[in-house]
Design a protein around this ligand. Sequence first.
Ligand code: CTP
Ligand code: MG
Length: 220
Amino acid sequence: MTVVALVPAAGLGTRLGLNVPKAFVTLLDRSLLERAVDGLFASGVVDDVVVMVPPDMIDRARELVPRARVVVGGAERTDSVRAGLAAAGDAELVLVHDAARPLTPAPMIERVVAALRGGASAVIPVLPVADTVKRVDADGIVEATVDRADLRAVQTPQGFTAGALRAAYAAAPGELATDDAGLVERAGGTVVTVPGDPLAMKITTAFDLRIAQVLAEETA
Ligand code: CTP
Ligand code: MG
């Protein structure tokens, strides 16, 4: 079964606050985009990669990741994934993997694909939540302490049968979601979990980039 990975890389990186879209920020020797795409190919379980980038970064992306197909993303992440799906051709299995997770280890990518090959139609890598989590009201007053044992932090790549992902996106034409499995859940699909990895951390802020620099130096 052909595996295509879609790499959303069309965000602006507002919270990181540099003067270049986040996927094009360099971590040591390579951009986040190059690291994410190279990591997917290096896993050995991905046949093809489609990256979605801002319209003015198409040429740059083609230089950086010549093995990938490059398409224009959209205003929201959901729009970018939609654009990627339209370019996914007849892939049977689809991974969606944020460029913002450049240090994702190969075994984690393999676990997601193995669960799909084992019959799951939607798979997400997760980690336990270390902090105590509370729900608060609009004034910041605590309403409840959520049972941490039931919670998981969710990473990417998330994996889907092409049918399940296409159906979930078709069922929610105008909806936004922070992750793709959320749309599958809304469409009534079953989402299974596999162990994530702290190295698959998402770079959102300048602090995250500092941590990632240290980790990248260790593995350089
Ligand atoms: N993304 C995308 N298209 C968008 C928005 C986000 O492809 N319209 C991608 C980002 O490039 C990133 C991933 O989705 O790889 C996760 O999004 P996020 O971490 O929020 O990145 P940005 O949207 O770039 O950052 P910010 O929200 O701080 O602007
Ligand atoms: Mg964003």
